[in-house]
Design a protein around this ligand. Structure first.
Ligand SMILES: [Cu+2]
Length: 172
């Protein structure tokens, strides 16, 4: 046992000594090459004046995104406080038949059908409400984003021709 151990130690000490040095030198050279290559690569990837604006751009995008969320919050608070206008629809009329608002107002028409089927439309403002039956109520939200006088009308068969119209007046 003692002999065997000694012989292994001898092998470990005598045989690999030169090759250890060789490996060490080789390893150092390899390390230097890898390190040198890494430094060169880094130097190649170092931000140049042409890549710097890209970073600035992405920062701007982040700024825009935060601006957007602020704008969205503002819109939400505007939508949260619409001007509510109750409108009765019947054969063949609207009550009221005239509505006055200010430019930029968010309008909520609460439309109730007193009889038959009716709806509420304003072509110029892109308002196209759903058709409701007698006794039903619906809400139609829109922004009065143009100054002027806009006719609202019922699109059910001949109701408009029969006089089911009104006037939305948007003032500055
Ligand atoms: Cu109608």
């Amino acid at each position: 046992m003692e002999e065997q151990k000694t012989s292994i130690e001898e092998i470990q000490h005598s045989v690999p000594k030169k090759s250890t040095n060789f490996l060490l030198v080789g390893g150092v050279i390899l390390a230097l090459v890898v390190l040198g290559g890494g430094i060169l690569l880094r130097a190649g990837n170092r931000p140049t004046p042409s890549t710097l604006p890209a970073q600035t751009e992405s920062q701007e995008v982040v700024d825009e995104l935060s601006d957007f969320s602020v704008a969205e919050n503002t819109t939400e608070s505007e939508v949260a406080e619409p001007i509510v206008i109750d409108v009765e629809a019947g054969s063949f009329y609207y009550n009221p038949e005239e509505i006055r608002v200010k430019i930029g107002d968010t309008i909520r028409i609460v439309l109730t059908a007193n009889d038959m089927m009716h709806d509420f439309n304003i072509d110029e403002l892109g308002v196209d409400g759903p058709v409701i039956k007698a006794g039903e109520t619906t809400t139609i939200d829109f922004v009065a984003d143009q100054v002027g006088e806009f006719e609202y009308y019922c699109s059910v068969v001949q109701h408009r021709a029969n006089g089911q119209v009104g006037m939305l007046i948007v003032e500055e």
